[in-house]
Design a protein around this ligand. Structure first.
Ligand SMILES: Nc1nc2c(ncn2[C@@H]2O[C@H](COP(=O)(O)OP(=O)(O)O)[C@@H](O)[C@H]2O)c(=O)[nH]1
Ligand SMILES: [Mg+2]
Length: 409
């Protein structure tokens, strides 16, 4: 009989039961283990040391532990989601701004492209305008001229003179082939030419006086109150400033008052003077002054005259002229808006012959019209403009200044 057979049946049963129990227990522990591994978070950021975990496993019952693990897992997931969301938001923002930047860039590019195109177009059209030529028609001139016409009417320039200026511009430019862009300029030039050629050039007085072998004689004539006596004093002062000495001849002998007025100025300016009693012959006073000037080496003689419109006054002036033979006979006319100065100038020119003009009182009324009217009508040079009552209120006439005043300078 074997040992096994020797074993009692009771012991055999005991052994089999033991084996069954043992296998049962090991199955249960495997199930627990697999459950635990299921509950364990897959990727947890918080690392728990194995020691701590063992402690926790020991201390806490299994259900409580698995709940904690689930909670932890949820927290980790939530944190992960938050992180993702944040990343997504900043990504989106970054993308959005870069898109905006891009679109702004595009817009800017398009804007400047358009602008450049426009500029080129404009330049092209200007170039084509500049190179195109056209015949100037009288109607083109009329259009440009209307601006001046208004100005001329405003200064009371006679329509006859306005017509003459326009006619000259027609003659100069009408029907001429001119670059379109230059039409306006050319009409302006023609206008300037027309007016400029109307104004007579004056001679260089100082040069003439200094180069004359005999005393240079200047006669002052014109209507009563036009400023003859005052202009004479002003010219004496002007010559004095140019180092040219002059003698004043008080040939207005119609009243003692006229002579004493001149005497006062002569004293004031320290200039020599020749005067006679009231009623004396004006030509004799002028002759005496000229003689005295020759003796004393005085370069210039300035002769005053009287005027009341009478035939006697005209006779006296003629006598002076024939006696002393003035180098220059100056007509003194005040600046006016009517044609009174022109009418007087025409008369004096016809009667005595005018060599030059002084327009007085330009400080009271603008001289543009009087300058153009006298220049056009009597065709005599203008030497000075009176700008006030004082001896220094005199300026040499300049054509350029008038052209500038007429916006043609
Ligand atoms: N405001 C101004 N008054 C002037 C001018 N010239 C002369 N007068 C004045 O005009 C008046 C007549 O001048 P006057 O020389 O005696 O004229 P005459 O009669 O021609 O000799 C005087 O009161 C002067 O003061 C001027 O240029 N401007
Ligand atoms: Mg006088």
């Amino acid at each position: 009989m074997s040992d096994e057979s020797k074993e009692g049946i009771g012991q055999k049963i005991k052994r089999v039961l033991k084996r069954i129990f043992a296998s049962m227990f090991s199955k249960e522990s495997k199930e627990i283990q697999s459950k635990q591994s299921e509950m364990k978070p897959k990727k947890s950021k918080t690392k728990v040391s194995p020691k701590k975990r063992a402690k926790q496993t020991k201390k806490e019952p299994m259900q409580k532990r698995s709940r904690k693990i689930i909670k932890k897992q949820a927290e980790v997931k939530k944190a992960e989601n938050e992180e993702k969301k944040e990343i997504n938001e900043s990504d989106y923002k970054r993308q959005e701004t870069s898109l905006k930047r891009e679109s702004r860039k595009e817009l800017r590019k398009a804007f400047f492209k358009k602008k450049k195109e426009k500029k080129v177009k404009k330049e092209k059209s200007l170039i084509s305008l500049a190179t195109e030529r056209a015949k100037i028609l009288n109607s083109d001139i009329d259009k440009e001229f209307s601006e001046w016409e208004l100005l001329f009417h405003n200064i009371n320039l006679a329509s006859e003179i306005i017509g003459k200026i326009k006619e000259k511009v027609y003659q100069d430019l009408g029907g001429r082939d001119i670059k379109i862009e230059k039409i306006e300029k050319r009409i302006n030039f023609a206008m300037r030419d027309a007016i400029s050629s109307m104004i007579q050039p004056q001679s260089d007085l100082i040069k003439q006086i200094k180069s004359a072998s005999d005393p240079f004689v200047i006669l002052f004539m014109g209507p009563a109150g036009s400023g003859k006596t005052r202009s004479l004093v002003k010219v004496g002062r002007w010559l004095q400033k140019k180092d040219v000495l002059s003698i004043l001849a008080a040939s207005d002998t119609t009243s003692s008052q006229a002579a004493s007025e001149l005497e006062d100025y002569a004293k004031k300016l320290d200039l020599p003077l020749t005067k006679a009693k009231a009623g004396s012959e004006p030509a004799l006073v002028a002759l005496e002054a000229k003689k005295y000037a020759k003796e004393q080496g005085i370069k210039c003689v300035l002769i005053d005259t009287a005027w009341d419109g009478s035939s006697n006054a005209a006779k006296e002036i003629k006598k002076i002229i024939s006696t002393v033979k003035p180098n220059i006979k100056l007509f003194i006319g005040k600046s006016t808006k009517d044609d009174s100065t022109l009418q007087q100038a025409i008369y004096f020119n016809k009667e005595f012959g005018i060599d030059g003009v002084i327009i007085s009182k330009t400080d009271i009324y603008d001289e543009k019209s009087t300058v153009l009217t006298l220049s056009y009508s009597i065709k005599k040079p203008i030497y000075f403009l009176g700008t006030g009552s004082e001896p220094d209120n005199l300026i040499p006439f300049e054509k350029e200044a008038i052209l500038k005043k007429l916006k043609l300078g």
